[in-house]
Design a protein around this ligand. Structure first.
Ligand code: HEC
Length: 97
């Protein structure tokens, strides 16, 4: 009897949580799409945010322009960047090497 009651509570809570999460997600995605068009972070910011997540950040001077082209083909997928973000980072890398 006790177990039954608490499992009902669990599911009520779980449903409530899922509902509020999807509402939050809907709000966030609307906010992000307006946000990206008005204030887009620079290539430098994107580079420092994304490219240090999995490994030490690699200095722009470590690779030539054509090497960065190849690296970004792979790292764009790994970092799950949009085309625009990848282009900003690549522009920053090529301007700073
Ligand atoms: C999701 C994790 C992840 C993110 C985010 C990520 N990388 Fe990587 N990176 C890796 C892994 C794993 C390797 C090594 C294996 C490979 O090359 O696929 C690697 C390898 C590299 C290398 C090759 C190093 C060498 O010595 O040849 C460079 C350069 C690099 N990453 C740059 C970047 C840049 C620039 C970004 C940002 C756009 C980035 N990485 C974001 C996981 C990541």
């Amino acid at each position: 009897m006790k177990t039954h009651t608490s499992s009902v509570r669990f599911w009520t809570l779980a449903v409530a949580t899922v509902t509020s999460l999807s509402v939050a997600a809907a709000c966030t995605s609307t906010g992000t799409s307006t946000g990206t068009s008005s204030v887009s972070p620079s290539g430098t910011e994107l580079w420092s945010q994304h490219c240090s997540r999995c490994h030490n950040i690699r200095s722009p001077s470590e690779f030539s322009d054509s090497e960065w082209d190849a690296v970004m083909l792979h790292m764009r997928i790994r970092a799950d960047l949009t085309g625009g973000e990848a282009r900003s980072i690549l522009a920053f890398l090529k301007a700073s090497n």
